[in-house]
Design a protein around this ligand. Structure first.
Ligand code: GDP
Length: 356
């Protein structure tokens, strides 16, 4: 009787507990090893310029699943020593200015020069509107088919900080996959231009001739961030107005204080549709890289950006860790009700929640 009890406890379908335990640990070990092989082979494939592997890694970076994020972190760590070698260009301008047409023409121009070009986007509105920039594959059709170009739609996310982190990590992955030019497009929603500006080497503002800043929805401060302004659609009847706008902007830019980089922002005209002035813009960017590499501003700026992103990431993580705690969620609701009924002050409520 005793024996049978013992055997009922110890045996399951003829396998002893110790065997089950060891089978479980073997399974665990296998899983662990597979995960390692998985991330290691992804890193190797990315370094071998395998686009499918690159896309898989970016999907891990964009995932909300903590297991995926863990894997993503391992991959990024493995890729980091191979990153940092591209030219990062931010492009902004109001909807309709011709950003995607420009990026397609510019991207083709660069791939014809033998460069490999990755196009990313920061569109914090995409999670709300569900329509993201670059999401529509019919845009940039020629560039999509170019084997030296890689186009990734904007990551969706609840916060600009979240989207920004994913984009920063995607830049690292693209650089390790051998892309020499990374273009990051944004529309002027919220703080998105500032965010893009803080992760690129060169910031290009596309504008239209003949419309005031207010009409073009250009926010104050954007002009100051620009390393170059290109008046697009400088073709047909618009050419004269574009040249006039160029003169006006050149004059206006001289009124801004000199930049730390010692770089005097340039103004030029272009036609993305007619493929005019694109080479001039690349010339300006190349000049910028040369000037700022010589005066060391290029690496100083990247260092500053890294420090900035360290602080941003900590802030973002602290915030989401805090708000995601179930206790905080519950107590926050109560405190909000108390505020509504004038039974506490925002500061007392904040203190209370932070001390929980
Ligand atoms: P985005 O919203 O800034 O991405 O702008 P799009 O690239 O979608 O362009 C908006 C419209 O402007 C489209 O109809 C384009 O064909 C047109 N467009 C873009 N670039 C040029 C250009 O250089 N010249 C002219 N005439 N039209 C352009």
């Amino acid at each position: 009787m005793k024996k049978s009890k013992k055997s009922a406890l110890q045996e399951t379908g003829g396998i002893s507990i110790s065997e089950i335990t060891s089978t479980n640990s073997i399974e665990k070990l296998k899983k662990k090893r597979n995960a390692k092989i998985d991330t290691e082979s992804l890193i190797t494939s990315i370094l071998n310029k395998d686009i499918t592997a690159l896309s898989r890694a970016i999907t891990l970076v964009e995932s909300k699943n903590p297991k995926h994020l863990k894997k993503a972190n391992i991959i990024i760590k493995g890729c980091l020593p191979h990153a940092n070698k591209s030219i990062r260009i931010g492009i902004t301008g109001v909807p309709g200015v011709g950003k995607s047409t420009f990026i397609e023409t510019f991207g083709k121009y660069l791939t014809n020069l033998g460069k490999r070009v990755a196009v990313l986007a920061i569109d914090p509105s995409s999670s709300i509107t569900k329509g993201s920039i670059l999401g529509d594959k019919t845009r940039m059709e020629a560039l999509v088919q170019d084997e030296n170009a890689y186009i990734r739609p904007s990551a969706s996310g609840d916060t600009l900080g979240g989207v920004a982190r994913k984009t920063r990590e995607t830049i690292t992955l693209c650089e390790s996959a051998g892309f020499d030019v990374i273009i990051i497009e944004t529309v002027g929603v919220g703080q998105s231009e500032t965010t893009v500006h803080s992760m690129v080497d060169f910031f290009l503002l596309l504008k239209l001739a003949g419309a005031g800043d207010e009409l073009q929805g250009i926010k104050r401060g954007i002009i100051e961030m620009a390393d170059a302004i290109a008046i697009n659609k400088a073709d047909g009847d618009n050419l004269k107005a574009a040249n006039l706008a160029k003169t006006e902007f050149t004059r206006a830019l001289h009124l801004y204080p000199a930049k730390d980089s010692n770089w005097q922002p340039k103004v030029t005209i272009c036609s993305a549709v007619e493929n005019n002035g694109i080479d001039t813009i690349w010339g300006i960017i190349s000049d910028y890289i040369e000037t700022t590499t010589k005066n060391k501003h290029f690496s100083v700026k990247r260092n500053e950006q890294n420090k900035y992103w360290l602080i941003q990431t900590i802030e973002e993580k602290l915030k989401s860790n805090f708000f995601n705690q179930s206790k905080i969620k519950c107590e926050l609701k109560k405190q909000l009700e108390l505020i509504e009924n004038n039974k506490t002050t925002p500061f007392a409520a904040a203190d209370f929640l932070l001390n929980l």
